[in-house]
Design a protein around this ligand. Sequence first.
Ligand code: GLU
Ligand code: ZN
Length: 502
Amino acid sequence: MANATPVRVRFCPSPTGNPHVGLVRTALFNWAYARHHGGAFVFRVEDTDAARDSEESYEQLLDAMRWLGFDWDEGPAAFDSASGKGDGGPHAPYRQSQRMDIYQDVAQKLLDGGYAYHCYCTAEELDERREAARKAGKASGYDGKCRTVTPEQKAAYEAEGRTSIVRFRMPDETITFTDLVRGELTFQPENVTDYGILRANGAPLYTLVNPVDDALMEITHVLRGEDLLSSTPRQIALYKALIELGIAKQVPAFGHLPYVMGEGNKKLSKRDPQSSLNLYRERGFLPEGLLNYLSLLGWSFSEDQDLFSIDEMVAKFEIEDVNANPARFDLKKAEAINADHIRRLDVKAFTEACAPWLQAPYAPWAPEDFDRAAWEAIAPHAQTRLTVLSEITQNVDFLFLQEPVFDEASWTKAMGKGDPVALLTTARAKLETADWSSPEALKEAVLAAGEEHGLKLGKAQAPVRVAVTGRTVGLPLFESLEVLGKDRTLARIDAALKKLGA
Ligand code: GLU
Ligand code: ZN
C-alpha cells in the first residue's frame, strides 16, 4: 500500500465567552480521531474578531484543554510546561491574530487570479435587491452584480466615495461531497452565492481565514458541528481555487457532528447554564467522567456498554460511527456516569481529587480543623456515594466543624416525633460502654437502645445521626461515629439533649 497521508485534525475555537460542552465534544472527537489514527491534533485559535474575542477567554480555553487532557501536538502555547509539547509547530503562529499578513497575501492572489472581486454594493442596495428577490420568489443571497464591474465603473464608484468588500466568486456548478457522518450531500449553486472574504477595512473574515489555515496547516479531516455545514460548500470551492493557486494540496474530508439538544428539545445553547464547562468543573465532574458522557453525544461505544475509559474510547473511535441524528443532553445520565468514574478511582486518587472541596472557598471549617487522618479514614465510605466531587464537603463537614450544622428539616424529621430524649439518653449510655474499635459494636449499641424503646434500627439511628452530623442523610453512620471518635460523639449527643430541653 502507498503511504497514506497522515491524519491531521484541528480544533479551532474562537476565544469568546466561556468554554461550553458543545465545544468540548468537538475537541474530544478531533483529539480522539487524531490519537486513534496516530495523527496530529492541531490547536488553533481563531481570534480575528477583536470586538468579541478576549484574552481571558483564550486563557480559559488553554486551561480547559489542559484539564480535559487534550494534549495538542501543535498550538499557540505548551500543553504542559514540563515537556513544552504543543508550543508552536511547523505552521506557527497558531493564533490567527498573528497571521494577518498571510490572509492579505492569499486574498490578493485570489483577486489577481480572478477568483475574487471587489463588491461596491452598499448595505441598503443589498437589502433592497434581496427583498425584491424574495418577492419574486427567487433565492436570496448575493446576486453577483459586481462580478463584472469594469475599470471605468470601479473608478466611478471610488470617485463616489464607495468602499468595497472582497467577495469570493462561487463557480456556477453543483457541489457534492461525502460527509463522513452524513454521507453524500449536494448543494445547488443558487443556494451558495458569492460571499465576502475581506471587510471594507481589509479585515479578513472567518470565511477566508478558516479554510486558508486548514489548507496551510495541511488539515486532512475537518470535524466540526453541524451548525457550520452551510459554510462547507463555500470552503470546498475556495479550496479548489487555493489548489489551483498552489496554496492548498488537497480538499480535506469533512464530518459534521450532530446538534446537541437541551431542555424541551431545543438546541443546547452556549448561554445555557447547563452547557458551561466551568460549572461541571466546579461541581466536581472528573474529566474522564465528563468525557465519557460527552462522547455518547452522537457516538456509542457498544450496544451494551456506556461506561469506559478515555483510552478505551480512543481505541474504538471512528468518525464514520458518529450518528447524524441530534443527540440529547441528559444531565442525569452524565451524573450517573461520573459517579461510576468516581467509584473506579483508587482510594488515593479519590482522596486527592477531592482536595479542592476540602478547602476554602468550599469548605466551611477552619483550615486548622481539617484532620488528614480522619479524612483518609472516612474517604472510602464517601467514594461510593458521590455523584460529583463537590458533594464531599457536606458529607464530611461534621468531622471538621466544631459543631454540626443542623439542617432544620432533618431536625424536625428525627426529633419531632416519639421520645428522642429517651432514645438519645439510652443510646448515649450504651455508646459510652461500647467497644469503639469496631463500627459493628457501635451499631449493636444503637440497636440495643432502639429495642428498649420499641424502635427498629432505622428509627433509632435517625436521632443519633442528626445529633452527630446535623442531617438525616449522610455517610454510613457507624463508620462516621468511629472516625469522629467517642468523646466528640458523646459531647454532640449531650448538646442535642440540651437543645431538646433535657
Ligand atoms: N472558529 C470557528 C468556530 O468556533 C471554527 C469553525 C470550524 O471548526 O471550522 O465556530
Ligand atoms: Zn456588489
